[in-house]
Design a protein around this ligand. Sequence first.
Ligand code: BES
Ligand code: MN
Ligand code: MN
Length: 465
Amino acid sequence: MALPLEPVLAHLESDKAGALQRWQELLRFPSIGTDPAYARAMRDAAEWLARYLAEIGCHAEVRDTQGQPMVVAHQDGPGNGGPHVLYYGHYDVQPPEPLELWQTPPFEPTLKDGPHGRRMVARGAVDDKGQLMTWLEALRAWHAVYGELPVALSVFIEGEEESGSPSLEPFLAAHREELGRADVCVISDTIMWNVDVPAICTMLRGLLYVDLTLAGPSHDLHSGLYGGTVLNPLNALTRILGGLHDANGRVRIPGFYDDVREPEGAERRRWAELGFDEAGFLASVGLRTPAGEAGRSALERMWSRPTCDLNGIWGGYTGEGTKTVIPARAHAKLSCRLVPEQDPQKVLAGLRRFLDERAAPDARIEITTHGLTSAMRVSTDSPYLHAARRALAATFGREPALIGMGGSIPAVEAMKRLLGIDSLLIGFGLEDDRVHSPNEKFELVCFERGVRSHARLLAELGGLA
Ligand code: BES
Ligand code: MN
Ligand code: MN
């Protein structure tokens, strides 16, 4: 006999304040994974999560890696042959800088009013602490009401997602037996179509992220004494990088588009039917004019076309006032968002060629790779996806949109390649949540609907037995 869902939903309704409190506790850890100065906060956050999981009936552990600790937990299901579900999330957050732009401190979670009601403002509010709390709270409610879960459960929460998940592959490879038992992986780390329309993400872009250094003279030089006679690394690097795109916004890296597939007609039609408001999208970030590849829709440019973007560029003197100097080196951080079928290694080789072909004889260009993540497409026709559809439709009273996503989540591809597990990406963020930016927020209405969706999804998945 399937356990009824209603008591679980009623329990959630009665414990909303508790859920907010637990979420705020997690947000108070400054778990900035990329900065070694926050190692203590990382461990504390991981231990907090393990304690939480133990409270809801899991066997939970914090496991050490070469990098940040991982949280792993398991709980037996009803033993009825139903699916074994693996939940994935990340407790690391992006650095909060620039701090002066935060209206309230990033690690002092604060409830504020907005057009959709109350919202939680903090670093990690939505990415990914708030989102992982949506499924944790759903699991908590099932456990509180029935003392057991409708499915067999595994949980895997990492602390390196925002750094490209360097320890993930070795960890999954070493725990293939343990984690590979699951039938499907559930992730909440993406966004909805809008506040009323839920979404299942079926495509994630991949990422190639590199540091570039162009080195010239052996040391910094007086720009009067040497200017006009020697290689200036900043001039040289910006000139090369200025040529990365042609006048139509196409990337000029050799072979960049070789393996890029055009979306199928049906997919293109589905995207057109979504009725994306590009003007509104641009207006929400203070712009009016579309950019990127000419002749392609906004959703296509965002979801199914690769990109190349400078993320930072520096060198020479950037302080107050002036310093007349020709710097010995120039630096840039560059990322390419990749689409399915593109091989990150091949793109990297193309980038190397692009730079080398344009470098002056004395210019030495060094490339340091930070991470290579392939893009990912998930099946739109699995029993799990249909279960998610039903759970979202019943919670929101609206069919979920099937969307792509311009961002990346390295675990999705790794989980498929190393464990053979498909992911179900059901996220509850909004486009304007200011992820990775000051004043990151998560609407309470999204959080609460997220929790209820997960509670319902558990019932649906349990029903697949
Ligand atoms: N949760 C995001 C991915 C995302 C971004 C989903 C925007 C929905 C909207 C994830 O935490 C993230 O930021 N990923 C990084 C991955 C990178 C560091 C390897 C990204 O996409 O930049
Ligand atoms: Mn995330
Ligand atoms: Mn992120």
